[in-house]
Design a protein around this ligand. Sequence first.
Ligand SMILES: [Zn+2]
Length: 161
Amino acid sequence: MSLRDEVLRANAAFAAEFGGGELARPPARGLAVVTCIDGRIDPLAVLGLAPGDANVLRNAGARVTDDVLRSLVVSRHLLGMRETLVVGHTDCGLEGRTNEELRAGVPGSDGLDFLPFADLEESVREGVRRIRALPLLADVEATGWVYEVETGRLREVETQP
Ligand SMILES: [Zn+2]
């Protein structure tokens, strides 16, 4: 069976038991989470959340990019989000790398900014700072966190100046 067939079969079973059709669009816990694409991270499970509780934004490296800020503005102003967690993680593929190294491994990627970072906690702090600096998000409580893929634990990153 192809992977495509496997996921379609799994979805049929999921839909047969589905009970979330009445969930509202706004995140019930007033929460947004920015984290990495890393497949080891299950944001809802890590944070004790259920579908409908949070807006989850993911990209490689959990970087607070312009598009993440756009989504947070939507989350804040159209969906009632009040609090945002920026969650980086240990063993991230973008930590301690440079664009030059990454481009060397990806033919055709000249000029692409992979948004790598030298230091995990500093990357998380930078993300929190970008959120706090945007006037449209001035009343959002933004905090920084590191998820440890080795232990399942979440720890807070000091983000006060
Ligand atoms: Zn990562």
